[in-house]
Each structure stands twice: as structure tokens, then as C-alpha cells.
Design a protein around this ligand. Structure first.
Ligand SMILES: [Zn+2]
Ligand SMILES: [Zn+2]
Length: 328
């Protein structure tokens, strides 16, 4: 996407900020307070909010949309299965390891896919009996084929020894996608959105439409009008971001790359002002010395809607009954 579009979105910020308003209380965020599947509707669980930087507090990029009691994963950065287990231990049973059976990959950057062998094999070892369904850009089939080849001896030994698990749960059905409708079942309809990300030929965001909520996840992208259009009043927009203040202190060679690959807080304010999500969730944050609060402040300079900077295991939005606790 030409940079001019990003500038156009930023220019729109003032206009739309006036009508965006604050999000209703029902869409407030719940920080590290996972809720059981039986309460609330479709939700987003932030399994990993990290970047390639090996931050011990932020696992690699991975988000789960929980709808109809099933977990639909987006990306599989390092640590994905263990973060899912942590969310399951807090009551989100759809994220129990043996129930992880479908993932939508945004692009093939290693920080978003290093957890793919984990997602293929660990759930199988703990008795997932169905193959993993993987949707992703061209190249995802080669990746899964090579990973199965790399682990062929592990698979052979587990199947031929005394370990009781002999099912086909290690297998993978890889689906190479184009933009547009990529998946549908009784819980969700999933649309892939082509996004511009450095020199990647194929990179996607995803739009999940469930019976009660629409959730859009940007993946890695520089400012994208397509993401704004896909949201267009959605319930939750999960968007990558970097600190504008931190960016100004980066070496020029890195500034060139980040401007081509990612979205600044200022640019995201413009996108959100046009897209008017009920809740904007910042993830895959490049802080460069900034804090979560700094990022939210930077976005709020150009956008007046509800914004939260996500941490691992955050859940959005809160169920209505939790947002309005009964008085005793
Ligand atoms: Zn990334
Ligand atoms: Zn990337």
C-alpha cells in the first residue's frame, strides 16, 4: 500500500475521533483474568504478544479466538502450546492442548511460525487424535512437510514403541490460501485480508465473524486500508504497533525497515478513527523503551476510542456480567 494511504488515514483521525467515543463497559478489557467457557460469548485470548525479541514476559505472536467452545488460533510463535495450557488452567477449556486443532497463519516470518512444530506434535503426544488443520500463505504446505520430515524419527519411535498414543493426530492438513473467504463452520466465518508487510509477497490479517461478535486481527502490516475496511465498526480490532517516540531513536537503516513493515501509534490512530472498533487491542508491540501506558497515550493523541495495550493471557472483551458486577 502506498504510504500516501497511511497519511490519508492519519488525516481522517480528527474527524472520526469525534464520533468514535468511548467503548461501552461491556467491551472493557479483562487483564489476566481468564473466564470459563460457560460465561460470555466469543472472546479473544492473547497467547503471545511478543516480537522476535526474546522477551521472557511475552511469548511469540499467537492469538486465540474462542467461539462456540472451540479455539481458532492465529499464528504460532514460540511458546504457543504452553501459553494455551496456561489459559486452559485459568478456565478456558477450549485451549487445552489436546483440543488445539486449527490455526490460521498470517505470514511465514519465523517469529510467527517457530511454534508450528510445537502445535503439530505436542497436542498429539497428549492425545489429540485428529490432524492439525493449518491455513496460511503459499509455502505453508512446504513448511509443514519439512517439519514432519524433520521429526520423522520422533514420530516413528512414538508409534512403534510402548507409548499408547498411535493415532493420526501428528498429521497436518495444510491449506494454502488467497485473500477472501477461507473457512466457515457453525461457529465462525473466517476471511483473509491481504496486507502489505515489507517484501513479503503473501501476508494476511484475518476477520472472524461469529454469531455475536466480529474480531479482526491485523497480523504484521504497515498501515492498511484493507484492515480498516474489514473492521468497520467491529467489536475487537487486534492490531500490531510500534512506538513513534521509540522509532525516532532507531538507526535510520532500521527506521526504513520498520516503516515498510509495521504501523506506528500515530498511523494506527488514523486507522482506528476510520475503522471505529469497539475496542482496539495493541499487540506485537515494538516498545523501544516505551511502556504499555506510553503506547496507549501515543494512540490517544489521534484517537479517542477505547484502547488497551495487551499482555500475554489477557482476554477481551469482558463478559457483560463481569463488566457490571452485582451490588451486594
Ligand atoms: Zn512479527
Ligand atoms: Zn512479520
Amino acid at each position: 500500500m502506498p504510504l500516501a494511504t497511511g497519511r490519508r488515514l492519519v488525516l481522517c483521525a480528527g474527524l472520526f475521533a469525534l464520533i468514535a467515543g468511548a467503548a461501552p463497559a461491556a467491551f472493557a478489557a479483562s487483564r489476566n483474568a481468564a473466564v470459563p467457557d460457560t460465561t460470555g460469548g466469543t472472546r479473544v485470548v492473547m497467547l503471545g504478544t511478543g516480537t522476535p525479541n526474546p522477551d521472557p514476559d511475552r511469548s511469540g505472536p499467537a492469538v486465540a479466538v474462542i467461539a462456540g467452545g472451540r479455539a481458532y488460533l492465529v499464528d504460532c510463535g514460540p511458546g504457543v502450546v504452553r501459553r494455551a495450557a496456561a489459559a486452559a488452567a485459568r478456565g478456558i477449556r477450549a485451549l487445552e492442548a489436546d483440543r488445539l486443532s486449527i490455526v490460521f497463519v498470517t505470514h511465514l516470518h519465523s517469529d510467527h511460525t517457530v511454534g508450528l512444530p510445537d502445535l503439530m506434535l505436542t497436542p498429539w503426544v497428549v492425545e489429540r487424535r485428529v490432524p492439525l488443520e493449518v491455513y496460511g500463505p503459499p509455502g505453508i504446505k512446504d513448511m509443514t512437510d519439512h517439519l514432519l520430515a524433520a521429526y520423522a524419527e520422533d514420530i516413528r519411535i512414538r508409534q512403534s514403541g510402548l507409548e499408547p498414543e498411535k493415532s493420526d493426530g501428528y498429521k497436518v492438513n495444510a491449506h494454502e490460501i488467497e485473500e477472501g473467504l477461507v473457512y466457515s463452520d457453525s461457529n465462525v466465518t473466517v476471511t483473509a485480508i491481504a496486507v502489505p508487510h515489507a517484501n513479503w509477497e503473501h501476508a494476511f490479517g484475518y476477520r472472524f465473524e461469529a454469531h455475536d461478535r466480529v474480531i479482526v486481527i491485523s497480523g504484521d502490516t504497515r498501515p492498511s486500508e484493507a484492515i480498516a475496511r474489514a473492521c468497520n465498526g467491529c467489536d475487537v480490532l487486534v492490531h500490531e504497533v510500534y512506538s513513534l517516540k521509540g522509532f525516532k531513536n532507531r538507526p535510520s537503516v532500521w527506521q526504513r525497515y520498520h516503516a515498510d513493515a509495521h504501523t506506528s501509534t500515530e498511523q494506527l490512530a488514523g486507522i482506528a478513527s476510520w475503522a471505529r472498533p469497539k475496542l482496539l487491542v495493541l499487540y506485537h508491540q515494538l516498545f523501544w523503551g516505551a511502556t504499555d501506558e506510553d503506547l496507549v497515550r501515543e494512540v490517544h493523541r489521534g484517537y479517542s476510542g477505547a484502547v488497551v495495550s495487551a499482555r500475554d493471557l489477557d482476554v477481551y472483551p469482558l463478559p457483560v456480567e463481569s463488566a457490571h458486577p452485582k451490588k451486594r
